[in-house]
Design a protein around this ligand. Sequence first.
Ligand SMILES: [Zn+2]
Length: 408
Amino acid sequence: MLIENLRIKKNTNSTRVSVTLSYEKVGVKNFELYFEVNKQYSKFLSKSYDGFLAAVLIPSMGIPENIQINGAVDEAFLDNIDKLQKLIRPWEVSDSWHKKLNTIEIRTDQRQAKSSPKSLRIKKEKSSAMFFTAGVDSFYTMLNLQKDKKTNLKYLLSIIGYDIDIENKKLSKEFLNSLDGISKATGLRSIIVQTNYREFLNLFPVNSANEWEMCHGAGLAAAALIFRNLFGQVYINSSDSYITGAAYGTHPDMDPLWSNSSLKFIPYGSALSRIEKIKDIKDNLLVRKYLRVCWRNIGNQYNCSQCEKCLRTMLQLKIYGVLNKFEKFKHNIDESDFDSIDTSPKHRIYVWEYFLKHLGNDEGQLKESLRRYISRSYQEIFRKNNIYYKIIYLIKLIRISRWKKRYT
Ligand SMILES: [Zn+2]
């Protein structure tokens, strides 16, 4: 594949940095992949291809197709990309995708000289940014980084075009309003990046390493690597996969490898599961006002209150008795929604089992729906996995039937 023609174009209110991409094997020709920021950040846009290499790496490893870059890439970044390829190549990625990645060759016109090794350490004089979606992981990271002045957190980096479709003006506006409120309350500056990266991923055939579950960390890294000299480090929120070790787009071993010689990526919050994080942030008033976990966006709602992720969050808030304090969720859980949501992947099923154990005794009907859902998830995992996993899940299914006896 070929990446070329990096250009920075100023519009009335925004500035766009973009490249032209072509893939031989999947018949993509001259696709413009872009990232766009408010014009006040124009002077901080990098002329290096680092961000674009991060964006295309994993889909290219999936095809596989070597990468030719007609431009400059940071040398320290290329070294890290070598390590990253070695790390993720053997991963079995997600329940639905068993295809392995391939090592590919990356050729560049120019390698920008590495600065001294010191440059990869945290630069105390520079400020920090963090990725911010107004979700559980984001709020946990923000609230805790703000308590630690040494981190010098200054920017919240949010992306339109990932969880929220770039064409969805209504939801984008509501999200931007929330960011405004959070920014005013915390004193942190909100930077919005708009991108068509997901449109790029959709160019690939299904099951060819283009899945969002696997590529979203690269998409985040790319959106930060387009900047230079604005912040010295970026915090990546850990996700549940940090606890379960599942192959996923963000991962404690992978995240730091997106660093180049002027920007360091730091995973944050990896010691805690999402259950523990919700417990930590549930009493904060900003969280209660603005928490957004939904990515299904059913009915174009800020939180649809009926998808797997919304229900998972709402159940835990209900267990703590605070669901009715959260402004952007429905305050009642509709039990019938559990019959229509996606089944749980194997690395997350422990969360639902935890809820089943902790719901109050007066929640018989809810527990029954939950038990049905867990059972359905195990059946799906059983169907997809090899004999070793099948034995484990058979044992789990027996446990579910015991729960049934206990709760009904
Ligand atoms: Zn939802």
